[in-house]
Design a protein around this ligand. Structure first.
Ligand code: SAH
Length: 241
């Protein structure tokens, strides 16, 4: 069996839901990227149960095509992850939406993101909350994301280079934490940096198979609920370098 790419659900074949015909449609629509985004929102998100109006609106605004290299631009709104360099990937739009929806973000929230990657999810978080702190371990990816987010006019975002599994104690506590790399367990420093009532979404498991775990901090105690089966690139701790 082929390895499942990062951020891809295990439970269906994309060809079943999106026959080859719609692939051609996406590249034709790329002449008008907002039409391609609308199609993505309707067929990949709303049709699969994403219903938070703020998440759907943000995903129809943020230009995903701007976060991938020229050579992948025509595929930017398709139903799968894409390479972004340094052996990393930008997640499938549906998985990004599931993670964002689970966080129930409020406009006044302060958010931590681990694994900036392309900066696409960072931009969405910036649309949905007041302040975003994002950590990326690859300096080159962090720099490209920083520039792209500035170019698109996001002023409520700070991108840091470092080990996100340690969190960002200087800016804690956070109302929400989104982790887009897979850990064998929930990193304790991240739990400690979650405000009371705070939410975290993180893929947890072995390198080849993980499950999203949703954490809510209730009276200082984490309450964990399992979610979708996914496959993400690993969260690489600084101690392994
Ligand atoms: N959300 C991103 C997807 C990122 S893929 C997007 O929308 O493009 C996961 C990212 O996590 C990769 O860029 C990888 O370099 C980063 N990463 C892995 N381990 C990390 C760590 N310990 N700290 C910070 N970033 C890490």
């Amino acid at each position: 069996m082929n390895a499942q790419p990062h951020g891809q659900r295990h439970s269906y074949s994309t060809d079943m839901l999106f026959p080859k015909k719609s692939k051609r449609l996406y590249s034709e629509l790329m002449l008008d990227s907002s039409a391609a985004r609308e199609l993505m929102v309707e067929t990949q998100l709303r049709a699969r149960g994403i219903s938070d109006p703020r998440v759907l609106a943000a995903m129809s605004r943020v230009p995903r095509d701007q976060f991938v290299s020229e050579s992948f631009r025509a595929e930017a709104y398709e139903d799968h992850p894409l390479p972004i360099g340094e052996a990393q990937t930008i997640s499938q739009p549906y998985i990004v939406a599931v993670m964002l929806e689970s966080l129930c973000l409020m406009p006044q929230d302060k958010v931590l993101e681990i694994g900036t990657g392309s900066g696409y999810a960072t931009a969405l978080l910036a649309e949905l909350s007041a302040q975003v702190f994002s950590i990326e371990r690859h300096p080159a990816l962090a720099e490209v994301a920083r520039q792209k987010l500035a170019e698109l006019g996001y002023t409520n975002v700070k991108v840091f280079t470092g080990d996100g599994s340690l969190g960002l104690p200087s800016a804690a506590p956070f109302n929400a934490i989104l982790v887009s790399a897979a850990a064998p367990g929930i990193p304790v420093p991240l739990l400690a940096q979650l405000a009371d009532g705070g939410r975290m979404i993180i893929p947890v498991g072995r390198e080849d198979a993980q499950q999203l775990q949703f954490v809510r901090m209730v009276n200082g105690q984490p309450v964990v609920s399992p979610g979708e089966l996914v496959r993400f690139v690993p969260l690489v701790p600084s101690s392994s370098e």
